[in-house]
Design a protein around this ligand. Structure first.
Ligand code: GDP
Length: 287
């Protein structure tokens, strides 16, 4: 569910996370591997107030593995360990606990030195809507417990989910908002399905996607859609529309008279991208 964020919502969401932070030791920040910065809350460092943090680059099954490796390095350079995962299929989910334990190892050592039996590490998952928080909670719990959907206004009693004997996870994630005031960020969020495409013009989102793909994944477009020549000038809208038309023609988005239905072609491009049918595509790179 996409939340219509406004200042009151943000304040409430922030307050709810701050309440949860009091209970936990380690934060698991979930980002979309295809658009790590665009799927990140702009105030996350301030909100999390220095809690030990593990970054997870989710939906890595849809992202370009080479670009994801660059992102892992980008976060490591900032002192943030990052792990690519695919929560839907459970890929690399088993590596989360050892990584969380590393972040908390010094505390456990201190407790042991004082003769205290260390308790399970308490963790919280945070992220923007649709990034895969509920899917991950379900994977970690080993059963379906988290209700998918985001309702920042709804408060439930906090429950802990046992992840083995060494980690307790809060059953309700912390919901953060993206940086949607930036238009390019909005395009990336819409293209990947983080926000409803109706919030932006579908053809703009498709055009943005095609421009990015011509630039970075040209061979893939030529191969998949039989496009002969790719335009050199990314800002030549007419040339880009020609690429969209070629895709539309190839996929049967034709109206009477043999013309390409650009709305239909736009929808096909976005659906194919989200379903990974155009290959593993990242829409953002570290800079
Ligand atoms: P939440 O709003 O953050 O709790 O997100 P959800 O867990 O409801 O997931 C949003 C959508 O992303 C759902 O359709 C999930 O099936 C899908 N999803 C979650 N994780 C992955 C993943 O690793 N790969 C892919 N391809 N889809 C995922």
């Amino acid at each position: 569910m996409t939340i219509q964020w406004f200042p009151g919502h943000m304040t409430k969401a922030r307050r709810q996370i701050e309440e949860k932070l009091k209970l936990i030791d380690v934060v698991i920040e979930l980002l979309d591997a295809r658009i790590p910065l665009s799927s990140r809350n702009p105030m996350v460092d301030e909100i999390l107030k220095g809690k030990p943090r593990l970054v997870l680059l989710n939906k890595n099954d849809l992202a370009d593995p080479q670009v994801t490796a660059e992102w892992v390095k980008y976060f490591a350079d900032q002192g943030l360990p990052a792990l690519p995962i695919d929560a839907a299929n459970g890929t690399h989910v088993k590596e989360i606990l050892p990584r969380v334990k590393q972040l908390w190892a010094h505390k456990i050592e201190t407790m042991l030195r004082k003769g205290i039996n260390p308790r399970a590490i308490r963790a919280l998952i945070v992220g923007i809507p649709n990034v895969g928080k509920s899917t991950l909670i379900n994977q970690l719990a080993g059963k379906k417990i988290a209700a998918t959907g985001d309702k920042p206004g709804v408060t439930k009693g906090q429950q802990w989910i046992k992840v083995g004997t060494e980690m307790d996870l809060l059953d309700t994630p912390g919901i953060l908002w993206p940086k949607f005031e930036d238009q390019m960020v909005g395009m990336r969020l819409a293209a990947t399905g983080a926000i409803k495409e109706e919030l932006l013009h579908l053809d703009d989102v498709a055009l943005f996607t095609i421009k990015y793909m011509v630039q970075h994944y040209g061979a893939g477009i030529q191969e998949r859609f039989g496009v002969q020549e790719l335009p050199d000038d990314m800002d030549n809208i007419q040339e880009m529309v020609k690429v969209m038309e070629a895709i539309g023609r190839k996929r049967g988005a034709i109206v009477s008279g043999g013309k390409v239905d650009l709305d239909k072609a736009s929808l096909i491009i976005i659906r194919d991208l989200r379903a990974g049918k155009m290959g593993r595509i990242s829409l953002e790179r570290p800079f």
